[in-house]
Write a protein that binds this ligand. Structure first.
Ligand code: SF4
Length: 184
């Protein structure tokens, strides 16, 4: 896998201050995509063990709430092995950090169904999945953590436990978790 960018102080893509990894490669090609340059799987730099070590170091400060995966498409089958290895190591080193992922795929139809391969280990590490493609006609700038109204914030742990899709409670959890915004 290649990656486009890593941000070590991101307050836009999940609650609190986060480290964000923008992976390379996306086959959705949503019109109006915010990051078209990352559609190419060869864009950016190779994702290596050194990259994982560097992300873990960026996550260590107590004011960092967690890691966010976006892209590109972190659920493209050819990106999954590298992302899962990252999550495995992050969870082992820093189990208290929350993990968010943004995907243009749909949780039930594409991810849970097995259409993209076995995503069970991947999902076991996620706290929140923001799913669905960006749809320009449904763009809404007032939405938190998503660009268009069709996209959902899914509480992955609660969904797996309940056996049905449970939405993340944006107002309750988001307000509380954003109280500790830190200026990096
Ligand atoms: S899924 Fe995301 S990165 Fe891929 S084309 Fe759509 S908006 Fe762009």
């Amino acid at each position: 896998m290649n990656y486009a960018t890593i941000k070590n102080c991101d307050i836009a893509n999940g609650p609190g201050v986060r480290v964000s990894l923008f992976v390379s490669g996306c086959t959705h090609r949503c019109p109006g995509c915010f990051n078209e340059i990352a559609w190419d799987f060869n864009y950016g730099q190779p994702f290596t063990q050194e990259t994982i070590d560097s992300i873990i170091s960026m996550l260590r400060p107590s004011y960092i709430r967690g890691l966010t995966l976006l892209g590109g498409e972190p659920f493209e089958p050819q990106n999954q092995a590298a992302v899962v290895e990252l999550l495995r190591q992050v969870k082992k080193a820093l189990p208290e950090k929350s993990i968010w992922a943004f995907s243009g795929y749909l949780y039930e139809k594409d991810i849970l169904s097995g259409r993209l391969g076995d995503t069970s280990e991947y999902l076991s590490y996620l706290d929140v999945l923001v799913d669905g493609p960006f749809v320009e006609a449904k763009k809404n700038l007032s939405l938190r953590f998503r660009g268009s109204e069709n996209q959902r914030l899914i509480d992955v742990k609660a969904s797996l436990e309940a056996g049905e899709t449970v939405l993340w409670d944006d107002k309750q959890k988001g307000m509380r978790e954003n109280n500790d915004i830190h200026s990096c």
